[in-house]
Design a protein around this ligand. Structure first.
Ligand code: B1M
Length: 221
């Protein structure tokens, strides 16, 4: 990495740590002018900042207002980069339909939205229900649009159990394997995925696209 690029990534991270949405937006725009890869801008720049604040918060060294401001700045930067992320994909055959949501009780949306954008860029039709979504909404929408995949994000150890509830409900209704289930979010581990019998898991947005393709039998596209 050149020194200039490294300095720019550091500025990006710092704008999130400081909760400076305007600066984050300007830096995101600058990255577009410089033709930087939008996903790398997010993962090597902005995400470093939000993870830092998350760790500080976890250690009791940052407080809720700082977490909120960092979240807002992160959201603002990702929104600027979203059209660029979508441009990464090319027009191609429809890969499948995905209903995406953050589970009930959980309002973390940044990672889920990023996953949705990358899936859309890769040819999936994505219905993003947003955050805090009860099982009935998620399953109801999946049936309504005849979805191939339900994708659920959970960022809290207290809400990840909601992923299991949705899977159990799908099993009860005899809707699997017709509807595949993909899960993700910071606290999700492979052990958890095995335990709840989800069909797929990824720790990031690029991996989520790969798994979604596998789940619809189009891994080679
Ligand atoms: Co919250 N929060 N938060 N928070 N927050 C965490 C998750 C936490 C780990 C921070 C910490 O303590 N270190 C902690 C959870 C602890 C735990 O459960 N063990 C925590 C807490 C405690 C809380 C509150 C309870 C705080 C409080 O009120 N006292 C509260 C809960 C509110 C609620 O949901 N009911 C809360 C609130 C918030 C804000 C609203 C302030 C804000 C969110 C803003 C928003 O989304 N609009 C926020 C933020 C920003 C965070 C951290 C700092 C960053 C999350 C983020 O956006 N990361 C987070 C710490 C951390 O995770 N390091 C933290 C960037 C994003 C790109 O990554 O979401 O992981 P991520 O998504 C990745 C992958 O996980 C994966 O791909 C994405 C892209 O690479 N992925 C999937 C995600 N979903 C996927 C789905 C898939 C596949 C892959 O398939 C379907």
């Amino acid at each position: 990495m050149t020194e200039d690029l490294e300095a720019l990534y550091k500025e990006m991270a710092q704008s999130i740590i400081d909760g400076e949405s305007e600066i984050a937006i300007e830096l995101a725009k600058k990255s577009i002018e410089l033709n930087m890869h939008p996903l790398e801008t997010i993962t090597k720049g902005f995400v470093i900042g939000v993870n830092y604040i998350g760790d500080q918060f976890g250690a009791g060294e940052a407080f809720l207002p700082e977490l909120v401001m960092a979240g807002e700045a992160m959201k603002a930067a990702v929104a600027v980069l979203e059209p660029e992320l979508l441009k990464l994909g090319e027009a191609r055959e429809m890969m499948g339909k995905v209903v995406l949501a953050t589970v009930e009780g959980d309002i973390h949306e940044i990672g889920k939205t990023l996953v949705g954008t990358m899936l859309s860029a890769s040819g999936f039709e994505v219905v993003d229900l947003g955050v805090d979504q009860p099982a009935a909404n998620i399953i109801g929408k999946a049936l309504e649009i005849n979805a191939d995949i339900i994708g659920m994000s959970a960022l809290l150890t207290t809400t990840m159990v909601r992923q299991r509830e949705v899977i159990e409900e799908l099993d009860k209704e005899g809707l699997r394997p017709r509807i595949k289930v993909m899960v993700g979010g910071a606290p999700i581990t492979r052990d958890w995925v095995t335990k709840i019998k989800a069909d797929g898991y990824s720790e990031d947005a690029i991996g989520a696209v790969k798994i979604a393709k596998e789940l619809v039998g189009k891994a080679d596209q």
